[in-house]
Design a protein around this ligand. Structure first.
Ligand code: FE2
Ligand code: FE2
Length: 450
């Protein structure tokens, strides 16, 4: 097997370089963290095929030091320098961008005579997205995982991130912290991943001794996972159906076990959950309170309400993953950073999310209608300005619950230490929702555990 020496101290890059070099060029890679260690290694193991080095490590001109050594010993290896090439350096191959892995792998492949055909045989498209959050809690990957490195309309590219069976490493966690919200699996591995992620989440949610924080995080994982899977492939598998049902039931338990709305918000904020999940979970807490306290309501509505809140914005899932800064739904329409075609989805998300429920065999009766009306429009398109009586009473409950959450969070945005006053909130809602039927719902909030 051919050998590559890689001189780099960047742990994330090292993992990716080693994995992709091994898979695509069939080489064994040794990593050394600085020029001294590298030179020592070369003295003992001169039989390398390629030497690769970062231009600088810790302020040291690593590439220059190594090149001096190679020249002094008349060692003939092709030498690749990653990053900006130092002045006066000649007779080396330069890959200026350290994160352009494709380019780097192609350069090495060319040196070693590995053909493009041999390399492309290792890749199988298409790829499906999986939220990184669902992956970092797994012990090991049940299939190969990929990272998307380039995406334009006609071209996308992926590099291998983790091989099947290997432990979910530091690299994946670090990438997640750095804002990489999606990783990818091959089409034929998709069900394997769905099974693995679903059973992991279901186990946490079904264990009676899981702490509230863990349950909240597990539902959050389930929430993102179901959204990406359904939006990318609307036929609903048994596993996704089961995972959704367990999450919906867990939303009920979480609301019951939360001492107050503020306590729930604290846990949600401290684990940095996405706005999409935070507002759904909090709205569930409020909506459950309403249906238990309004004259026409009852326990029977709880499951339906939670189901609706789990799915009402499902079509927005991928959009929030793509633009993690997003918050309030209506504001997205005025956000210049969001592409027009994504705004189109936002405008239609109530209708589209409702349509997705057609293939969901075990949805509670009428849930799709409630989802369609959750912005006050009977068509499911757009956002109502004037809230009328032409929608179902339960849709009104969802609307008031979401509106309460949004206003509460806007107040907190302005002043994080602000105390929320139920009376003030009820006043705000009564101003916005003038019809008597909405007012009845608002009245039940006077006994809400804030
Ligand atoms: Fe919505
Ligand atoms: Fe929403």
């Amino acid at each position: 097997m051919r050998k590559v020496l890689l001189v780099s101290d960047n742990e994330i890059l090292n993992d990716l370089y080693v994995l992709n070099l091994e898979v695509y060029t069939g080489t064994t890679v040794t990593v050394m963290n600085d020029s001294e260690a590298a030179i020592d290694f070369l003295k003992k193991n001169p039989d390398q095929d390629v030497v690769v080095s970062l231009n600088m490590i810790n302020g040291q001109e690593t590439a220059s030091l190594i090149q001096n050594y190679l020249t002094s010993q008349a060692l003939p290896y092709p030498f690749i320098v990653l990053g900006t090439l130092p002045k006066n350096m000649v007779n080396v191959i330069n890959v200026p961008s350290t994160y352009n892995l494709q380019h780097f792998i192609r350069v090495v492949a060319k040196i070693l005579g590995v053909t493009a055909k041999e390399m492309s045989e290792k890749k199988v498209t298409p790829f499906y997205p999986v939220p990184t959050k669902s992956v970092i809690n797994l012990n090991e990957a049940s299939c190969d995982l990929y990272l998307q490195t380039k995406r334009t309309d006609e071209d996308e590219d992926y590099i291998l991130l983790l091989k099947k069976g290997s432990p979910v490493s530091f690299t994946v966690k670090k990438l997640y912290q750095d804002g990489v919200n999606l990783v990818y699996v091959n089409a034929f591995d998709r069900l394997v991943m769905v099974n693995q992620v679903s059973s992991k989440i279901i186990n946490i949610l079904k264990a009676s001794d899981s702490p509230l924080e863990n349950k909240i995080q597990a539902v959050s994982s389930g929430f993102e996972f179901v959204a990406t899977q359904l939006v990318n492939s609307p036929e609903v598998s048994q596993e996704i159906m089961q995972l959704s049902q367990v999450c919906v039931k867990a939303m009920e338990d979480i609301s019951k076990d939360s001492p107050s709305l503020r306590g729930l918000l604290n846990i949600l904020s401290s684990s940095k959950e996405s706005y999409l999940y935070v507002h759904s979970m909090m709205a569930s807490y409020i909506a459950q309170h309403v249906v238990k306290n309004i004259s026409w309501g009852g326990e029977g509505h709880v499951e339906k309400i939670n189901f609706v809140l789990f799915f009402h914005d499902i079509m927005l899932g991928p959009i929030y993953l793509k633009y993690p800064h997003l918050k309030y739904e209506e504001d997205i329409l005025f956000d210049e950073r969001v592409a027009d075609k994504d705004k189109e989805i936002v405008l239609n998300h109530a209708r589209l999310s409702a349509e997705m429920m057609n293939s969901f065999k075990r949805a509670p009766l009428g849930a799709d209608l409630l989802i369609k009306q959750h912005h006050g429009m009977t068509s499911g398109i757009g956002f109502a300005l004037d809230y009328k009586d032409d929608i179902s009473p339960l849709s009104k409950v969802v609307i008031i619950a979401e509106s309460f959450v949004e206003e509460m969070m806007r107040v907190k945005d302005e002043n994080p230490t602000a105390q929320i006053d139920v009376k003030v909130m009820m006043g705000f809602l009564s101003e916005k929702y003038k019809k008597h039927t909405y007012k009845k719902i608002i009245e039940t909030l006077s006994t809400l555990r804030l």
